[in-house]
Design a protein around this ligand. Structure first.
Ligand SMILES: [Zn+2]
Ligand SMILES: [Zn+2]
Length: 291
């Protein structure tokens, strides 16, 4: 019991200290997600201001500040709150013989760095694509994912407007992905994490980008806008589930981009029932829907 208590406090204090050190620039700059997130956000916001796709959309669009708050909540506050629990789980699983290394299928520790990063990026993106499909397919998961789909005007910060439970839903498959790669992240994994943040920001940004022929590989703002469309093609529970890569949608036939005007209605039927403020959204998803 003592061990579990220690694991909990170590996890919690460790993440708190790391975050605080990041704010004070006391960690290597390339692992500083706190300021890194701010820099990427300012860059993408700058692009939105200079090259807006929907010209009539305000620079401070609807829910700009709410989404800005969500960025820090999901990335740092929630990470601190959950870190102790994750450490306890790790210890618990370790005690029954399940460790990060016990699933290792691919041992790529001796491969060139670039190929390690590429494989890490592709596997992590695929498991997230798959999790995202599940969030749309199952009603009890969709209830939580509705927070992300309640965005009415799209801009970069909408990327990180999502219910905190999503962090938990994405965790098992992400951990599984790391486990089959030998249980560790490549040393330079921060490159992949920063790339994913930048691509995710761009996917939600008010900029018209399609990357030419690369659009079949990389997700983009035009494709992702249709993921947020109020009206879906008949019989589909969702389209364009891609996170960083659009490849999976083209491979599995879930791609859908009928036009690229950028002015479609966003949200989902029934979105008026979702609380408008953060505190309401924080507990949303646990209560049974009113019929
Ligand atoms: Zn979605
Ligand atoms: Zn989105």
């Amino acid at each position: 019991m003592q061990d579990y208590f220690e694991a909990f406090t170590n996890g919690f204090l460790g993440t708190t200290q790391w975050t605080w050190k990041s704010i004070l620039f006391e960690v290597p700059w390339y692992t500083n997600y706190f300021w890194g997130l701010i820099v990427i956000s300012l860059l993408v916001w700058g692009l939105e201001i200079l090259f807006p796709w929907r010209k009539e959309q305000s620079i401070f669009r609807k829910d700009f500040w709410l989404d800005g708050f969500y960025m820090f909540f999901n990335f740092f506050i929630f990470a601190i709150v959950i870190s102790g629990i994750y450490k306890v789980l790790e210890l618990l699983l370790g005690n029954i013989g399940v460790t990060a290394k016990s699933l290792a299928i691919i041992d790529f520790s001796n491969w060139p760095i670039w190929s390690q990063l590429l494989i890490f990026f592709i596997i992590l993106d695929f498991v997230q694509w798959f999790t995202h499909v599940l969030l749309h397919k199952f009603p009890f998961l969709w209830r939580f994912h509705q927070v992300h789909h309640s965005v009415k005007e799209m801009g970069f910060a909408a990327h990180l407007r999502y219910h905190w439970m999503e962090n938990i839903f994405y965790k098992p498959l992400k951990t599984f992905g790391v486990m089959i790669l030998g249980g560790f992240e490549p040393e330079q994994a921060y490159i992949v994490h920063f790339a994913a943040i930048a691509i995710g920001h761009l996917n939600h940004a008010n900029i018209k980008l399609t990357y030419g022929p690369l659009r079949y590989v990389f997700n983009n703002p035009v494709m992702h806008l249709y993921h947020h469309s109020y009206i879906l093609p008949k019989g589909k529970f969702g389209v364009n589930f891609g996170i960083s890569l659009s490849l999976w949608d083209y491979l599995f036939g879930t791609n859908y981009i009928p036009e690229s005007g950028g002015k479609i209605r966003l949200g989902y039927p029934g979105d008026e029932a979702l609380p408008k403020n953060f505190w309401g959204q924080l507990v949303y998803g646990f209560k049974k829907p009113k019929l």
